[in-house]
Design a protein around this ligand. Structure first.
Ligand code: AMP
Length: 469
């Protein structure tokens, strides 16, 4: 069995990894680390939760070790590796990991994302950092203000590339790539392979090694899925508290399709004596991070989230998720329930539906290729809160485009048909259970495919992207 010492990583990196308690590399790490160490470009099929971050960050740090120095001069610490991520939460998570891995290396790291004051970020960038994690919009703001120099970048990472395209970041990514030296290593990770992803990969990856971790079927077999039919929208709010109590759930994420619905439900749960908090696109970055921290610490029992806000959250060992609303897109159902039953733990996915949601349930059943057999749940009607308001779905990510808040970096979006093409995961990927959360950390249930064997299915997904031998 491979261990971290087999990769030949420098002692300071190995020490940091050991301190974090990592003993066995995950499948994506086992495959990606040697390839990245060979300075090869990588196209990786893997999602958050697979150990992907260490899969790229550890070999990048190893590559950069030759630049490590203890000089106080910022000029001696130019940005050598740029990691782009779609959301603030994911960027922050990657940064925290990189910072931990780089702890003893003498390499510096920093993170920049929108929705927060830019000044502390400018101060951090002034200190110099070898690894910079960024969301595209805010990075371009820094470029505009000349507070970052990307001319020394040796390694570029695009993490959750499908999400970035989904959020309309393509023009920003293209602008950023223009600012980097031509000679560099490129790593791209994506959970799905749409035509856009293929096009992006072809445009900037150079003879990439394709790496894929085998995934679960569309839904994990260790997640128990139940669907409850309730009488009406008012009954639904009472149903959530009841399910939490009936199933003695310690902590749970509840998914709402709308921002208003999420806020209203969190208030109802508070009134029911449960410690609940909502996280959605209308909350400030500080509020979102504070809520997330509170949930991770266990202070918050129920996190009510929209799909947009929940993206990229890494919350370990969640016993259950509740779908307060059935999602409009069946892929979102798979993403949602993938938040439980991770790392070999068993989990529970409880969904509420109204009589009128039959079509949504049918779409989910079609995707996961399984009947869900709803049962009726009798809940006393809950009194309405205040005057009813029109409840709009949470803005899709592209409307929550960070550039708007981050200021002035959107380029020619209105004329870009490529950008406006609706996001569609490739049918072949969906058939292969592509939207399922990979189960990389559960030995036995999942087998890593070696790069040599991974080629065929990935090449098929990529539809002819040239694969290196
Ligand atoms: P990621 O997919 O990179 O977000 O990682 C998911 C979680 O797994 C993070 O909390 C990591 O700290 C953790 N992790 C990553 N690699 C390992 C490993 N080899 N052993 C144990 N935990 C790991």
């Amino acid at each position: 069995m491979t261990t971290f010492s087999d990769f030949g990583l420098a002692e300071p990196i190995q020490r940091a990894v050991a301190e974090l308690g990592y003993v066995t590399p995950t499948p994506i790490q086992e495959q990606a680390i040697p390839v990245v160490l060979q300075n090869r470009d990588v196209m990786g099929a893997a999602q958050t939760g697979t150990g992907k971050t260490a899969g790229f960050a550890l070999p990048i740090l190893q590559r950069l070790m030759r630049h490590a120095n203890s000089s106080a001069s910022p000029a001696r610490h130019p940005v050598r590796s740029l990691i782009l991520a779609p959301t603030r939460e994911l960027a922050d998570q990657i940064y925290e990991n990189v910072r931990d891995y780089a702890k003893y290396s003498g390499l510096r790291s920093a993170v920049v994302f929108g929705g927060v004051d830019i000044k502390p970020q400018i101060a951090a960038l002034r200190q110099g950092c070898e690894v910079l994690v960024a969301t595209p919009g805010r990075l371009l703001d820094h470029v505009g203000q000349k507070t970052v120099n990307l001319s020394q970048v040796e390694v570029l990472v695009l993490d959750e590339a499908d999400r970035m395209l989904d959020m309309g970041f393509l023009p920003d990514i293209q602008r950023i790539i223009q600012l980097l030296p031509k000679q560099r290593q490129n790593l791209m990770f994506s959970a799905t392979f749409s035509g856009e992803i293929r096009k992006l990969a072809e445009s900037f990856l150079n003879d990439p090694q394709l790496i894929e971790v085998a995934r679960r079927n569309a839904t994990a077999e260790n997640v128990e899925q139940r669907v409850y039919r309730v009488a009406d929208a008012d009954a639904k709010r009472g149903a959530v508290a009841r399910l939490i109590r009936d199933h003695s759930l310690e902590q749970v994420i509840v998914f709402s399709n709308t921002k208003i619905g999420a806020g209203r439900l969190a208030r109802q749960l508070e009134r029911d004596g449960l410690n609940a908090s909502a996280i959605h696109g209308d909350k400030s970055q500080q509020e979102r991070l504070a809520t997330l921290e509170g949930f991770k610490r266990g202070d918050i029992k129920v996190l009510v989230a929209t799909d947009v806000a929940a993206r990229g959250l890494d919350i370990a060992e969640l016993p259950a998720v509740i779908n307060y609303d059935l999602p409009y897109s069946p892929e979102d159902y798979v993403h949602r329930i993938g938040r439980t039953g991770r790392a070999g733990a068993s989990g529970m996915a409880l969904s509420l539906m109204l009589e009128s949601d039959g079509r949504l349930l049918g779409a989910i059943e079609g995707l996961i290729k399984r009947k869900l057999e709803p049962t009726a749940l009798d809940v006393p009607r809950q009194p309405r809160e205040g005057r009813p308001r029109r409840d709009l779905p949470e803005a899709r990510p592209r409307r929550e485009r960070p550039t708007r808040r981050e200021g002035g970096s959107s380029v020619g979006l209105s004329n870009d048909p490529f950008f406006y093409k609706p996001y569609e995961p490739a049918p072949s990927a969906a058939d292969a259970g592509d939207s399922g959360r990979p189960d990389a950390m559960a030995p036995g249930r999942q087998r890593a495919q070696r790069p040599g064997r991974a080629g065929a299915p990935v090449a098929a997904l990529l539809g002819g992207l040239r694969r290196a031998g």
